[in-house]
Design a protein around this ligand. Structure first.
Ligand SMILES: Cc1cc2nc3c(=O)[nH]c(=O)nc-3n(C[C@H](O)[C@H](O)[C@H](O)COP(=O)(O)OP(=O)(O)OC[C@H]3O[C@@H](n4cnc5c(N)ncnc54)[C@H](O)[C@@H]3O)c2cc1C
Length: 430
């Protein structure tokens, strides 16, 4: 019913409950894939609710299959690494893995289906129902072509990257830096038509970003990102990330639509400029642009502990560590007038550090965990732990920990040091 020109009132409705599970995983990106697999392998029944039409999040829908900090421990990342290097024809550059996103898409799906996990694609979580205690999520509410549906679970793991389920359940969160500004977005692009050996010889990695920026400027374009990335994924495919879009919030679809339009246009312009250089670039082709804009930063859900930059400076680890991160700070400047590249706000020497279990346990809900980039952390710490190797390890830890809590009939926050040692035996060590 219209209330005014700008407000309508919807009537209350009855929503069908479509299933009941031990654990529901919100989002099937790197963290969600590993959370679901970790939980199912530990004996839990699991549903993954995913808004896209595939698993993998930024790797697949985002076309950035470039896995940093993959040496973070855990069996799932180890299995993926073996698959990527021994079967998928992927690449290892330093400690970073590259892989054809289509092969990864198939592999992730095959793994979850084989583990008996129910997948529901094209289904977005839009609300959460809580019990009378106000601290327990009873159902995730989704919207899809099937309409509005409810899904019941004992425990929930928010792996949506943006912390959507937690926010819908009323959990507190932080966003951006001290000025409320988040890192820019970028669109993943796959290109082909370059000889990888010739690229390495003519434009070695150490100078590649700076040179690419120079080439774009020589071609008449001031790129919105001064350090364009180009990395080999195998099978003649490269990821390319050459643009930033500033001050676009993850929860503003109009701003994200404008960002996508700008990003896609800039990607085509950049590739055309490089192709016109001839030589190494003569056969360069833009193979595909991502269907989802890459969101570096959204909600950081309040947990029972917060990962801070001080933890990274000190290389702190505790008996409650889920996994260790080996990646330094990587802040893409939120302010285009300062630098269109990586911001180094202060000279920080990062050391490998442990991420505590409590940073994955929601402060404001008792049966909710987070994994991936929406865990509890400060702005600078997030720029380190957000990478996908860490997301996989966090997901695996969250999934196993959730299953352990269910088996013991306790809440996730009540896991003892001994429980955690069992859950994280191959994640937290080094
Ligand atoms: C432009 C860019 C470049 C990056 N480069 C690298 C890199 O080179 N290497 C690296 O390791 N990391 C990189 N990162 C960081 C990394 O990609 C992310 O931090 C990482 O994806 C975190 O994994 P995740 O599983 O938490 O989130 P995501 O990959 O974002 O996955 C979240 C999943 O949840 C789904 N989802 C979201 N909301 C809902 C909802 N309401 N209902 C249902 N499903 C939902 C999404 O569709 C998605 O599949 C980059 C990030 C960006 C944006």
């Amino acid at each position: 019913m219209p209330l005014s020109a700008t407000l309508v009132q919807e009537s209350a409705r009855v929503t069908p409950v479509r299933g009941s599970y031990d654990i529901i995983v919100a989002g099937g990106g790197p963290a969600g894939y590993a959370a679901a697999l970790g939980a199912a392998r530990a004996g839990a029944s699991v549903l993954v609710l995913e808004q896209a039409a595939c698993l993998g999040g930024i790797w697949t829908a985002g076309l950035l299959p470039w896995i940093i900090d993959q040496h973070t421990r855990g069996s799932i990342m180890g299995e993926l690494r073996d698959y990527i290097l021994n079967q998928a024809g992927g690449t290892l550059v330093g400690t970073t893995l590259g892989v054809d996103p289509e092969l990864l898409k198939l592999r992730l799906e095959t793994d979850l289906v084989a583990a008996g996990i129910r997948l529901r694609y094209n289904t977005m979580i839009t609300a959460a129902l809580k019990g009378s205690d106000g601290r327990t999520i009873t159902h995730a509410i989704t919207e899809s072509k099937a309409g509005r549906e409810a899904w019941q679970a004992k425990l929930f793991i928010d792996c949506s990257g943006d912390g959507d389920l937690a926010a819908q359940a009323g959990c507190g969160f932080d966003y951006g830096n001290e000025h409320g500004l988040a890192q820019p977005t970028s669109l993943g692009v796959i290109v082909s038509g370059i000889d990888p050996e010739r690229l390495e010889a003519e434009l070695p990695r150490a100078i590649r970003k700076v040179k690419l920026c120079e080439f774009l400027r020589e071609g008449g374009l001031e790129p919105s990102y001064s350090l364009p990335g180009l990395g080999y994924l195998g099978h003649g495919l490269f990821f390319y990330a050459g643009a930033h879009q500033y001050n676009r919030r993850f929860d503003d679809p109009d701003a994200l639509t404008a960002a996508l339009i700008e990003a896609r246009a800039e990607a085509h312009r950049q590739i055309e400029i490089l192709r016109r250089r001839g030589g190494l670039w003569a056969n360069l082709r833009l193979h595909g642009t991502a269907s989802a804009l890459g969101i570096r930063e959204a909600r950081r859900i309040h947990g029972r502990a917060t990962v801070t930059v001080d933890d990274i400076i000190k290389g702190r680890s505790t008996t409650r560590t889920v996994c260790r991160s080996h990646f330094g700070l990587d802040v893409h400047s939120p302010d285009p007038s300062r630098t269109r590249g990586i911001d180094k706000p202060m000279e920080i020497q990062a050391r490998p550090y442990g991420i505590p279990w409590e940073a994955l346990v929601a402060r404001d809900c008792d049966n909710l965990l987070m994994a991936g980039r929406c865990i509890s952390g400060d702005f600078l710490a997030h720029s380190s732990y957000r990478v996908t190797g860490t997301a996989v390890a966090l997901g695996e830890g969250a999934g196993r920990g959730a299953a352990r809590a269910l088996q013991r009939g306790i809440l996730p926050a009540e896991l003892t040091d001994e429980d955690l040692a069992t859950v994280t035996d191959d994640l937290a060590d080094q």
